[in-house]
Design a protein around this ligand. Structure first.
Ligand code: NDP
Ligand code: GDR
Length: 324
């Protein structure tokens, strides 16, 4: 008998890679799909060629009844809560929606789990954005939190509720505090993909300039394909726990951008324009994670360097834009 898994946010970057991984491991994969009406919501699953192997269920994280139904229908033994309003920039413009989807949405899944199948294992997609203002040599599971955006605040609620349901009700609920992870399936609003898409367009003569905000911000960037493996490993442990997932290296947006331009033989300074419109009301200046616990307990470590990642993304954008 195959194991049953349910993924919220299956149409997102991580949802698509996790679905692929679980299918490869022999799972039956169910996915909650919120907005079938939007323009080609299944494009990532199509790109990975896995759409027809999945069992998609209509539902929304803000609708408890639809989550209860998804849990009953899927009989999921593992539930991965990846659904969220995940773009930090938008969270200042839609703080209440962000609270509902990203924060209360996690509460809905935990509550549904408690009602329908309290023995199922639960993964919460927590984030390094929760560290926010707190700078440490490296941010780890014991670093305090000080979120800097409505998104970070909503995620902190989901994180603590996961801890609380584990302690209160004995749920097998784990939280992955993941640092930024990217891929050719990353949304165009995030800075790495915005850069690689623009670099490919500039190289192909379809665009002249790239406008960015704060290029001094530093991020610990890894490859999403590596990170979904860590999510799965967390749920295979006897005991639920929280884990930082990161590469342990931090780079400025400026240097990440330079890698992309240099890969196609262009000079960044000929095309980059700093545009105040892309600065945020509050910034997280430096993120640098300490993945030591994940390495020792999960046997997990990042395998893709930032250079390999950016080259992979630029090449994928060049192919896509050339119709290849
Ligand atoms: P994406 O933005 O690519 O995917 C978000 C997913 O959530 C999409 O499938 C989206 O559906 C879905 N969603 C949005 N609103 C709702 C709703 N109301 N009900 C149900 N589903 C909804 O994010 P990622 O794949 O990059 O990230 C996955 C998770 O991990 C997110 O929770 C994110 O906050 C978190 N995270 C991500 C990190 C990263 O660097 N990528 C780092 C740390 C945490 P639709 O396709 O219809 O928009
Ligand atoms: P982040 O990712 O906010 O870290 O959240 P994003 O790629 O949006 O920003 C990274 C850094 O780049 C700076 N920046 C710009 N960002 C964007 N998007 N567009 C720009 O033009 C631009 N110019 C500079 C930002 O100010 C920031 O410092 C991501 C999301 O996936 C979250 O869901 C996740 O929780 C965290 O990563 C970890």
């Amino acid at each position: 008998m195959s194991k049953q898994a349910l993924i919220t946010g299956i149409t997102g970057q991580d949802g698509a890679y996790l679905a692929q991984l679980l299918l490869q491991k022999g799972y039956e994969v169910h996915g909650l799909v919120a907005r079938r009406g939007s323009d080609h919501p299944l494009w990532r699953l199509d790109e990975l060629g896995i759409c027809d192997q999945l069992r998609l269920i209509d539902g929304d994280l803000t609708d408890l009844a639809s989550i209860v139904r998804a849990l009953q229908q899927s009989r999921a033994e593992e539930v991965y809560n990846l659904g969220a309003m995940s773009f930090v920039g938008t969270s200042w413009n839609q703080p209440l929606l962000t609270a509902q989807v990203t924060g209360v949405g996690a509460a809905n899944v935990l509550e549904a789990l408690r009602l329908v199948n309290p023995t199922a294992r639960f993964y919460q997609a927590s984030t390094s954005e929760m560290f926010g203002l707190i700078q440490a040599e490296r941010q780890s599971e014991s670093t305090p939190f000080y979120p800097r955006s409505p998104y970070g605040v909503a995620k902190l609620y989901g994180h603590w509720l996961t801890v609380n349901y584990r302690e209160s009700f004995g749920l097998h609920a784990s939280s992955g505090i993941l640092f930024n992870h990217e891929s050719p399936l990353r949304g165009l609003e995030f800075v790495t993909r915005k850069v690689t898409d623009a670099v490919a367009r500039i190289k192909l003569g379809k665009q002249r300039e790239l406008r960015l905000g704060n290029i001094d911000a530093k991020r610990d960037w890894g490859f999403a394909g590596d990170y979904v493996e860590a999510m799965w490993r967390m749920l295979q442990q006897d005991k639920p726990d929280d884990y930082v997932i990161a590469t342990g290296r931090t780079t400025t947006v400026r240097d990440m951008c330079r890698i992309a331009f240099e890969h196609v033989g262009l000079k960044m300074d000929d095309h980059l324009i700093i545009d105040p419109a892309f600065f945020r009301p509050a910034e997280v200046d430096v993120l640098l994670g300490d993945p030591a616990k994940a390495e020792s307990r999960l046997g997990w470590r990042a395998t893709t360097s930032l250079e390999q990642l950016i080259v992979m993304m630029v090449e994928a954008d060049l192919r896509r834009l050339s119709g290849g």
